[in-house]
Design a protein. Structure first.
Length: 204
């Protein structure tokens, strides 16, 4: 069975769009989908240092908003920036790591809450409500997410992503080696899962 890894963070709208499609892509190819939460802020710090990442110019920000709307319409979903964006996603990501067998369900619910319902999933009370909606032990998961080993696991996931060349979200790996970045390149993910390799492209 082919292995498809999906590196993501709840702060990225394009990773949200990808999360609505990636399971169907994996299922179509009979691939094993691995949800790999990472802290995108840590990736950016590794790339840019501790200096603040400059905000995009207004013209680019406007075009990005339009691009996001177009893709959301294309996939038939709602997606818009919450007023408090961005937020610290670390606790939410650690909740996924605390219940790996529920990674897909938790990720879908938290993405929906943030990018459609505009709920603050950086708030522990909100996280508790959302986890309880899934009939999960919200208190237990939040307590687990605060443990040093879960904090270290998220750091390890993030460091692994950096070492493998990840620079943004979403990022996909096919069979641990072929990297594809961006939800608009899911076509390449699908083709690679079905055996396609670009001519002249070596294993990465």
């Amino acid at each position: 069975m082919m292995r498809l890894e999906f590196f993501y963070d709840f702060t990225c709208p394009y990773a949200y769009l990808a999360s609505t499609q990636v399971e169907a892509v994996a299922d179509q190819a009979g691939a094993d989908l691995c949800w790999r939460p990472m802290f995108l802020g840590g990736v950016f710090r590794a790339l840019y240092g501790e200096a603040a990442i400059p905000s995009p110019p207004a013209v680019k920000a406007a075009r990005t908003q339009r691009d996001l709307r177009r893709w959301a319409l294309h996939w038939g979903i709602d997606c818009s920036y919450p007023s408090g964006h961005p937020f610290n996603s670390a606790a939410a990501l650690r909740c996924v790591l605390a219940a790996p067998e529920q990674a897909a369900a938790i990720s879908h619910r938290l993405y929906l809450a943030y990018w459609q319902e505009h709920r603050d999933i950086g708030d522990r009370a909100v996280l508790a409500e959302l986890l309880a909606e899934l009939s999960l032990d919200a208190g237990g998961l939040l307590a687990a997410a605060d443990r040093p080993e879960l904090r270290q696991q998220l750091q390890d996931h993030t460091q692994e992503a950096i070492e493998r060349g990840v620079f943004g979200a979403p990022t996909f790996f096919i069979e641990h080696q072929h990297m594809v970045w961006g939800q608009d390149r899911l076509l390449f993910v699908e083709k690679m899962l079905n055996g396609w390799r670009p001519e002249g492209e070596s294993n990465e």
